[in-house]
Design a protein around this ligand. Structure first.
Ligand code: ZN
Length: 154
């Protein structure tokens, strides 16, 4: 798995991916991941394993910013993240339902969401749909901000 973009973009992408997977990453000169070291939070164990599968795949996954706010994942091997994702927001759950309230998004939260669409690909499966991506994204929101910040599916 390799990050693409300017030096500054690669730094931001790497930082978001590290927080999304709760892991420290080493990159080679082509900005491809050579090592994934857990930061130790067990709540990310499943996510970290799925991230590791993208890294270990014989297919070369790339991660890059897009100007498209929808960040449509057109290519199973290309993970795109909206470059202003941290200026967007999402609806949260309230008493088990979508309550209408919204909170700001974060780069790691959005990164985990977009990565999650691709997590089934190394297993030879189609990309994950929106509901599954949101469930995975919520691992990050729960761990960093608490259950009150879980994204609702609609
Ligand atoms: Zn999505």
């Amino acid at each position: 798995m390799c990050f693409e973009g300017t030096r500054a973009e690669v730094r931001r992408l790497k930082d978001a991916a590290q927080n999304a997977a709760n892991a420290d990453l080493s990159l080679d000169k082509q900005n491809c991941v050579t090592d994934v070291r857990s930061r130790g939070d067990k709540r990310f164990d499943e996510v970290r394993g799925q991230f590791q599968s993208l890294v270990d795949s014989k297919d070369r996954f790339t991660v890059a910013f897009t100007r498209d706010a929808e960040a449509t994942q057109d290519d199973p091997l290309r993970v795109v993240v909206y470059e202003r994702a941290n200026a967007t927001d999402y609806p949260i759950m309230y008493q088990g339902r979508c309550g209408g309230a919204r909170v700001n998004q974060t780069f790691p939260g959005q990164m985990l969401h977009e990565l999650a669409h691709h997590f089934p690909v190394p297993l030879g499966q189609p990309m994950a749909g929106e509901a599954a991506a949101i469930r995975t994204e919520n691992v990050y929101h729960r761990a960093t901000r608490g259950a009150g910040f879980e994204r609702c599916a609609h």
